[in-house]
Design a protein around this ligand. Structure first.
Ligand SMILES: C[S@@+](CC[C@H](N)C(=O)[O-])C[C@H]1O[C@@H](n2cnc3c(N)ncnc32)[C@H](O)[C@@H]1O
Length: 247
C-alpha cells in the first residue's frame, strides 16, 4: 500500500479518544504530548476545549505552505491507495471509503488552520528518537501510527530509543497505538515482545483493548507507566500488572 514512505496523515480527535482510551474528564490538569502527530486534528480540538496539548512531528517547519503541499499530496495519494484495501480494514468507525475520505479531509483542513496560526507554539518540529523537551515535561505522551506499525522500515534500536525518550519527557505514562505491523496481517509487531522484555525491569507495561479499529487487528494499545507511583499526578487510570499475550 505505501512503499517505504511514512505518510504525513492525520487522524481525527474522535479517533484519538478511542485509539488511546482517553477520558476527557481525567485529562483536565494534564499536559499531553502527541508525538509524531502529523496532520492530526487531536491537538486542534483539545486546544479549543481548553486542554494543554502539544503536537510534535519531524515534518513541521516554519513555512505553513510546505506543510499544506505535503498534506494535500499525501491525502490524495493515500486515498487512491485505500481503494484497494477493503479486505484489510474493518468498517465500523467509518461506514465506507467515502465517509472516511470526507472525515480525513476535514481533519487535515482543521489541523492546517490551527497549525498556520500556532507553529512553534502548539506545533513543534521534533524528530524521534531525540526530543528537545526537559525531563517530565508532560504527564502523558501519545504516539500513533509510527512505532510497531512501520517495523519494516524502522529498526529495533529506533523503537527502543524512541520509547525511552518519550518516557524521559513523560511524568506518568506513554501510550502507543497500534501495536500491529503494517505487513503482519493483523499480528503484533515482532518488536513488541522484545520491547516489553527490555522495559519491564523499569516500567509497568500493559496491553489494553481499545474500542477503535480500522486496520484489521489494530484494536489494542501499549501503555507504559512509571513504576513506584502510588497515584497518577493528573488522574490517569492506573494499571498494576504486566500482561503480555501474543496475537
Ligand atoms: C502515519 S502519520 C501518523 C500521524 C498521526 N499520529 C495519526 O495517527 O494520524 C506518521 C507521522 O510520523 C511522522 N514521523 C515519521 N518519523 C518520525 C520521526 N523520526 N520523528 C518524528 N515524527 C516522525 C511523519 O512525519 C508523520 O507525520
Amino acid at each position: 500500500m505505501s512503499g517505504n514512505k511514512i505518510w504525513f496523515l492525520g487522524r481525527g480527535f474522535e479517533e484519538y479518544l478511542l485509539m488511546f482510551n482517553l477520558n476527557l474528564n481525567n485529562l483536565k490538569n494534564c499536559r499531553i504530548l502527541d508525538c509524531n502527530a502529523g496532520a492530526s486534528s487531536f491537538t486542534t480540538h483539545m486546544h479549543k476545549r481548553g486542554y494543554d496539548v502539544t503536537a510534535a512531528d519531524m515534518l513541521y517547519g516554519p513555512n505553513p505552505e510546505d506543510i499544506e503541499k505535503i498534506t494535500s499530496h499525501d491525502f490524495k495519494t493515500l486515498m487512491d491507495a485505500h481503494k484497494g484495501l477493503e479486505d484489510k480494514v474493518e468498517w465500523g468507525f467509518f461506514k465506507d471509503l467515502a465517509e472516511m475520505m470526507a472525515y480525513r479531509e476535514k481533519c487535515y483542513k482543521e489541523f492546517y488552520q490551527d497549525y498556520k496560526n500556532s507553529f512553534n507554539h502548539r506545533y513543534v518540529p521534533e524528530k524521534l528518537p531525540d526530543l528537545n523537551f526537559p525531563d517530565k515535561s508532560f504527564h502523558l505522551v501519545l504516539s500513533s501510527h509510527l512505532l510497531f506499525l512501520y517495523d519494516d522500515r524502522l529498526d529495533y534500536e529506533f523503537h527502543l530509543d524512541s520509547i525511552r525518550e518519550m518516557l524521559r519527557v513523560s511524568r506518568d505514562e506513554v501510550r502507543i497505538y497500534p501495536i500491529i505491523s503494517i505487513n503482519g496481517k493483523g499480528k503484533h509487531s515482532t518488536y513488541l515482545k522484545q520491547i516489553i522484555e527490555d522495559l519491564s525491569p523499569d516500567y509497568y507495561l500493559d496491553i489494553q483493548p481499545v474500542k477503535y479499529q480500522f486496520r484489521r487487528g489494530a484494536n489494542e494499545m501499549l501503555c507504559i507507566k512509571k513504576i513506584n507511583r502510588n497515584r497518577d499526578s493528573c488522574g490517569l487510570v492506573t494499571y498494576d500488572a504486566i500482561k503480555v499475550e501474543g496475537k
